[in-house]
Design a protein around this ligand. Structure first.
Ligand code: SF4
Ligand code: SF4
Length: 159
């Protein structure tokens, strides 16, 4: 998957009105065509931002726990970098998977290319956390009970 401050550019043909075609293998793309014509705009349906540091302390993990308490948020780790995943599509993506502001789309969308895009990505990560309970369990396994939690005081399981 393409990560970093990731967003998409869309193929010009698709943005100009071609319907989405039946998916093909990347290597079978006909000469002169854009892969975007065969895609459901996967790159316009999320964004991922690298976290400023690898979490190491309960303070770090508690911050991530707060991120994950929100809907449509995930955390994943890819090649030892931790990312915040916003699992929401762009508000300008149209029902036919074309960009609604193609001529005026942000620069990051313009510079994104199909070269290493997520067209055929299976979204396999080193780690992925989908809710606050999962990251709490992970942190607890690494660091022991969260200070001030019920578990730290000999009480109930930390969540
Ligand atoms: S994921 Fe790749 S093929 Fe699909 S719309 Fe984005 S750039 Fe195009
Ligand atoms: S502005 Fe257009 S190209 Fe950029 S993410 Fe939104 S729909 Fe995709």
């Amino acid at each position: 998957m393409s990560v970093g401050m990731t967003k998409s550019a869309r193929g010009a043909k698709k943005a100009n009105g071609a319907a989405v075609k039946k998916p093909i293998r990347r290597e079978d793309l006909p000469a002169g065509e854009s892969l975007c014509e065969y895609c459901t705009a996967k790159c316009c349906k999320y964004m991922a931002l690298p976290l400023p540091r690898t979490p190491k302390t309960w303070g770090d993990f508690d911050e991530i726990r707060w991120f994950l308490a929100h809907r449509d948020i995930g955390i994943f780790v890819d090649e030892n970098v931790w990312y915040l995943l916003v699992n929401n599509e762009c508000g300008h993506l149209m029902h036919d998977n074309r960009c609604g502001i193609y001529a005026d789309r942000p620069q990051i969308c313009r510079t994104y290319t199909t070269d290493n895009c997520e067209y055929d990505d299976r979204f396999c990560f080193d780690k992925i956390f989908e809710n606050d309970a999962q990251i709490a369990e992970y942190a607890e396994a690494l660091l022991g009970p969260r200070p001030g939690s019920g578990a730290a005081k000999g009480g109930a399981t930390l969540l």
